[in-house]
Design a binder for this molecule. Sequence first.
Ligand code: DX5
Ligand code: ZN
Length: 217
Amino acid sequence: MKRLIAPSVLAADFLQLGQQIQMLNQSTCDWIHLDVMDGVYVPNISFGFPVIEAISHVATKPLDVHLMIVQPERYISRVQQLGARLLSVHQEACTHLHRTLQQIHDAGMQAGVVLNPATSLSTIEDVLEDVDVVMLMSVNPGFGGQAFIEHTYSKIERLRRMLDVAQPKALIEVDGGVNIHNAPLLFQSGANVLVAGSSVFKAPDPVQAIADLRGEE
Ligand code: DX5
Ligand code: ZN
């Protein structure tokens, strides 16, 4: 399966945001990961739609929007208007998850569901046919630069087995604490997309860091 890299703009230098997006355009990265936090669902506030809109005018790679907010269904059409390719919502934040995933599809985007480290895979068993991406948080959401949770490897393997039966085309995305040391084993375990914030933007050469994370296909 293809190995995709999605740098997380949360770790970018916001004073140089245009240049940072141009750097991603020129890199081999596949998607641009955008973390929206509301200070309620997670204990932090990041950036919102005006910033994503500005990025969308410059970015030449697909936008991968990760909503860490309560009632994410309120903003599906807003995200669609910004031209996002993929919209991911947390299982834990959706009262009617199936409906929300349908609404994302109806809006013409790919639908992703996200699970926190403490949330069991069984909670999404009944919506696997309705998703394009399952994103496993490998840190507790809210902040960049946290340490990777090792339990994620076995969760990826179990999820891959579930998807092989229910939705073989769905991609597994892993978000949080991804770096050059754990990336090879994450891909081997069955991950398809690695989100990386600090390990890309804090690297001396971010373009090289993106290539190194992907490694040998
Ligand atoms: C965390 C965010 C992540 C974050 C990853 O809540 O969802 O996307 O930016 O940052 P790193 O790669 O630094 O852990
Ligand atoms: Zn994220």
